[in-house]
Design a binder for this molecule. Structure first.
Ligand SMILES: Cc1cc2nc3c(=O)[nH]c(=O)nc-3n(C[C@H](O)[C@H](O)[C@H](O)COP(=O)(O)O)c2cc1C
Length: 286
């Protein structure tokens, strides 16, 4: 079995290639189960400039081989993030990737600029958000819009590596990947959740209050493998793969597709310590 499992992502050394996926880890709860410094990196929940309320319940629903969520990017805003979650994680010795959201390109750049002045290690842009200045179309579904957003963030981010998290809800993910890399993205992470919906047979209404939600979990793993594989052949920046990783074998499959490191999301909502188990299983393959 290998001893040194470290990987390098845009100049940042991760002690091993397993990360937590954004929105599925928080220090106060997940920190009870394992030392966050034991993983390659902790990706924190999307943070916006000011607090966001998120959606009304029900916000999650079960689906075959996974789950739907419509949390609505609820978060306590940048100041609270820096003073609490980031501070606690850094005090615990974790490598941290801060996931950034905004309603406008300027808001993304402002959050990235403020985080650049902290000891956060990497920035991850969640570009699945609607752009309020452009009829609500998601930043990550239009190559030009996505490129403009990334260029603005790069200017503000003071040299911190910028990883762009791609949405799978597009016809050709390589088109977006090329556009954001040309605009300066240092790395990519993929995939975010796939759009889905469930309808309650009794009420005949959507199960989620928001209507639709994002599908995650093992059901989306083959989609992630294909998208990482295609993206690897389109661009040369490091890729963090994610989507339905439940075992070390799933993580290894994403690495064979072209990912340098792999993030675990939904599996940690079933068993909070799953990322550590998956790391041990992955070591056997490595
Ligand atoms: C409950 C939940 C909350 C999430 N919140 C975020 C988020 O705040 N920002 C983000 O970029 N992705 C978010 N995601 C997407 C995950 O980070 C990941 O990309 C996706 O779930 C696929 O991985 P998985 O199948 O291992 O969960 C969330 C996923 C879940 C299940």
């Amino acid at each position: 079995m290998v001893k040194d499992t470290s990987v390098n992502i845009c100049g940042v050394r991760l002690k091993n290639p397993i990360l937590c996926a954004s929105g599925t880890y928080n220090f106060r709860e997940s920190g009870l189960y394992y030392d966050p410094a034991a993983l390659g990196c902790i990706t924190t929940k999307s943070v916006s400039l000011l607090p966001w309320d998120g959606n009304d319940a029900p916000k999650i629903a079960e689906a075959y081989g996974g789950m739907l969520n419509a949390i609505g990017l609820e978060n306590r805003g940048l100041d609270a993030y820096i003073k609490t979650e980031l501070k606690m994680l850094k005090a615990a010795g974790a490598t941290v990737m801060a996931n950034v959201v905004g309603r406008t390109a300027e808001e993304y750049a402002e959050v990235a600029g403020a985080l650049a002045a902290t000891d956060v290690d990497l920035l991850e842009l969640n570009i699945s958000c609607p752009n309020v200045k452009d009829s609500g179309i998601a930043f990550g579904t239009d190559p030009k819009t996505a490129a403009g957003l990334v260029a603005g963030v790069k200017k503000a981010s003071g040299g911190k590596p910028v990883i762009v998290k791609l949405t799978p809800n597009v016809t050709d993910i390589t088109e977006i990947a090329r556009a954001v890399v040309d605009a300066g993205a240092d790395g990519l992470s993929l995939i975010n959740t796939l759009k889905g919906m469930r309808i309650d047979l009794r009420t005949k209404q959507p199960v989620l209050k928001a209507g639709g939600g994002g599908l995650s979990g093992p059901a989306i793993h083959p989609v992630a493998v294909r998208m990482v594989y295609e993206t690897r052949r389109a661009v040369s920046v490091p890729i963090i793969g994610m989507g339905g990783v439940m075992t070390g074998a799933d993580a290894y499959e994403l690495m064979l597709a072209g990912a340098v490191a792999v993030a675990v999301g939904t599996a940690a909502l079933i068993d909070p310590a799953a990322p550590l188990r998956i790391l041990e299983e992955l070591k056997v393959f490595l």
